[in-house]
Design a binder for this molecule. Structure first.
Ligand SMILES: [Zn+2]
Length: 50
């Protein structure tokens, strides 16, 4: 079972839900990121000092 959830806000990679496992990350703004972009984009915003 593979369900297309959307595309990564940053790199446009398609994000799927695989057997209940979400292949990416949601932000509080209901944006979708792949794991790679979540690491670089979202964490950067949360912790600008890093
Ligand atoms: Zn991405």
């Amino acid at each position: 079972m593979r369900e297309l959830v959307g595309a990564c806000k940053c790199c446009n990679k398609e994000i799927y839900c695989l057997d209940g496992f979400f292949n990416g990350m949601h932000t509080d703004d209901k944006e979708i990121f792949c794991f790679d972009c979540y690491e670089t984009e979202v964490k950067k915003e949360e912790d600008p000092q890093a």
